[in-house]
Design a protein around this ligand. Structure first.
Ligand code: SF4
Ligand code: SF4
Length: 72
């Protein structure tokens, strides 16, 4: 299940090799490694502060922050 209010989405296929920028920058630990794949921890997604640091730091622009409460 995704977060009730915020869904952090990462396109699965195209992380830059060796990049851990989102993991390092997120203040509320939404990102983690799962093998060699970066994943978002759904149980933490509603903690997102909308700081946009992950979006600014991702070199390949594959992170999307979906504001579920604003999409009605
Ligand atoms: S916007 Fe900020 S708090 Fe939200 S996932 Fe990105 S780095 Fe983490
Ligand atoms: S910042 Fe982007 S490229 Fe880097 S690990 Fe996170 S999702 Fe992958």
């Amino acid at each position: 299940m995704m977060g009730l209010f915020i869904d952090v989405e990462i396109k699965p296929q195209s992380c830059e090799a060796g990049c851990r920028a989102c993991i390092e920058v997120c203040p509320v630990d939404i990102f983690a490694m799962n093998g060699d794949q970066v994943v978002s921890l759904e149980e933490n997604e509603d903690e997102c502060t909308l700081c946009d640091l992950c979006l600014e730091r991702c070199p390949v622009d594959i992170i999307t922050i979906n504001k579920l409460y604003a999409t009605a």
